[in-house]
Design a protein around this ligand. Sequence first.
Ligand SMILES: O=C(O)C(=O)C[C@]1(C(=O)O)C=C[C@@H](O)C=C1
Length: 90
Amino acid sequence: MQELDKLRLELDVIDEQIVTLFEQRMAISTRMGVLKNEGGIEVWNEAREAAKVRNREKMLRNRSLTAYVDKLFETILELSRQRQEEQQDR
Ligand SMILES: O=C(O)C(=O)C[C@]1(C(=O)O)C=C[C@@H](O)C=C1
């Protein structure tokens, strides 16, 4: 179907943007992991993660996507922490 093909192309463009942004996010997170290691600071920052949940609840316009966004960010934060753990000597 013509419309399906068009929509697939649109998804391809968005996926490319997601990967680019994810790469940028992980680069920043990696640097933070290095700084945390140098400063003896814990990787997991509970207060910051809680603030993020509140923030994205405000940002999200389509409320029916709340559970999906929560799941997405759970994964993003888990990967971010995992990456930072790789920068720790201990
Ligand atoms: O804010 C920090 O301290 C970060 O390291 C960033 C980040 C994130 O990826 O958003 C990662 C780990 C922390 O648990 C909280 C948030």
